[in-house]
Design a protein around this ligand. Structure first.
Ligand code: ZN
Length: 430
């Protein structure tokens, strides 16, 4: 297998992006920071917006972010090419009154967020990160760095550990973060201090536990990349790279409005203000098209020729569990991004979308694979069917194949990560 220097550089940049994005709030901020560095203008939803034509803009709403590039020749009916992804990952979220402990240990009260593989979170150095809402109305990001750990019970004390490890979601998931008396200590104080603010000023918090280890390239021919939160930061990152690389030429005229939409709360079903089932994307598109002078009919005409490329991770065939996969369609790490297909609309891909995907891959000179589930092992879903249902925009569900989905540290193919960004570029280019 040949992994190019460009693909290795892309993986290193993804490692930086994942390290900077322990929570969805950090991920949205990091996307905005990268795009502002590339010349995008940060807009706020409460303000009036400037002239759209020829502009490049980014808006953050809580843990979600949408960025778009309006070509100079855009009209009221120019289609949007939307690359969609999600910023959140399964894991644990801090509970109210989070400073707990037992038998001399300090522990953190946490709630399970989404569907993590619980066992994969054991025996790792973990960060506490998220946002703090302060008494003066400010909202600041906070990140303790490595602070916590979920220690597994030694095999000597659990002789059944290798034949059937069972973790209780409450009893066995409260991480340790020090030695001391919980009545004298304050975990929120640690989090506040990491943000340079006083614990007394914190009026609210959304904080998650995240793996603190940096992503790494390894394996024969440097084929593998492992990191936390590849679901779905690998897609968010590919979209940012594509929008950044192409944005200058796009704004000079490409025939479509390039949009990156990274939503929060996908792991919970997307129903929130910043999730794909909420109004965020429609709000942004309505205002962008309104800025181009579009009336309601013209906006619907634009939607009728628009596309949403919904990108999320999918399952590579697992060599130790091949029977869990379709007997014929078996995507493999390193053989390209995947087109996701499901008869029950768990993925939004249809024949027309499959053909468009093939064209974008051809334009990018990238080979692709297909994913479909074994009938006895139904697949999950993603944001694609949700936004398609909301907006009526044609949607194709795609992604990269990975192993260890929802593990604290997932496994991807280096070349697939880079290929996804290249197809995203071709998609944005029209
Ligand atoms: Zn996902």
């Amino acid at each position: 297998m040949v992994v190019t220097a460009a693909a290795l550089a892309h993986a290193e940049d993804l490692a930086d992006f994942v390290a900077a994005s322990p929570s969805s709030y950090h991920a949205a901020a990091e996307v905005a920071r990268r795009l502002e560095d590339a010349g995008f203008t940060r807009l706020s939803e409460e303000d009036a917006w400037p002239e759209q034509t020829g502009g490049r803009f980014v808006v953050v709403r809580d843990g979600a972010v949408i960025a778009w590039v309006v070509p100079t020749d855009a009209t009221a009916t120019t289609p949007a090419h939307i690359f969609g992804a999600h910023t959140d990952s399964p894991g644990f979220k801090l509970k109210p009154k989070p400073t707990t402990g037992s038998r001399g240990w300090l522990q953190a009260g946490v709630e399970v967020y989404g569907g993590p593989l619980l066992n994969s979170w054991l025996d790792r150095e973990l960060r506490l990160a998220g946002r703090l809402a302060l008494a003066d109305g400010r909202v600041v990001l906070a990140d303790t760095g490595a602070l916590l750990r979920l220690p597994q019970l030694a095999v000597h004390l659990d002789r059944e550990a290798n034949s059937g490890l069972a973790l209780d979601k409450q009893l066995h998931t409260q991480p340790v973060w020090g030695i001391g008396d919980p009545t004298d200590e304050d975990l929120l104080g640690e989090l506040a201090a990491s943000a340079g603010v006083s614990a007394a000023d914190v009026r609210g918090f959304d904080a998650v536990v995240a793996d603190s280890a940096r992503g790494a390239v390894f394996g024969k021919d440097d084929a593998f990349f492992a990191a936390g939160r590849l679901d779905d930061l690998a897609s968010v990152h590919a979209g940012v790279v594509a929008l950044t690389d192409r944005s200058l030429s796009l704004s000079k005229g490409s025939g479509s409005i390039a949009v990156l939409a990274a939503f929060d709360h996908e792991e919970l079903g997307s129903a929130s203000r910043s999730g794909a089932a909420g109004p965020f994307l429609e709000d942004i598109l309505s205002r962008a098209y309104g800025g181009l002078g579009a009336d309601a009919t013209e906006q619907r005409r634009a939607f009728a020729t628009s596309w949403h490329l919904s990108s999320d991770v999918g399952h590579s065939v697992h060599p130790n569990y091949p029977h869990k996969h379709d007997p014929v369609v078996q995507p493999l790490l390193g053989s390209g991004p995947i087109l996701k297909i499901n008869a029950n609309q768990r993925y939004a891909t249809d024949a027309v979308g499959a053909a468009a995907w093939a064209n974008w891959c051809e334009a990018a000179d990238v080979s692709s694979q297909e994913f479909v589930s074994n009938n006895a092992v139904p697949c999950g879903s993603t944001i694609g069917p949700i936004t398609a249902t909301r907006l009526g925009i044609r949607t194709v569900d795609i992604g990269i194949p990975i192993l260890s989905m929802h593990s604290a540290r997932e496994l991807a193919g280096v070349s697939d990560l880079h290929d996804l960004a290249r197809v995203a570029e071709a998609f944005f280019a029209g």
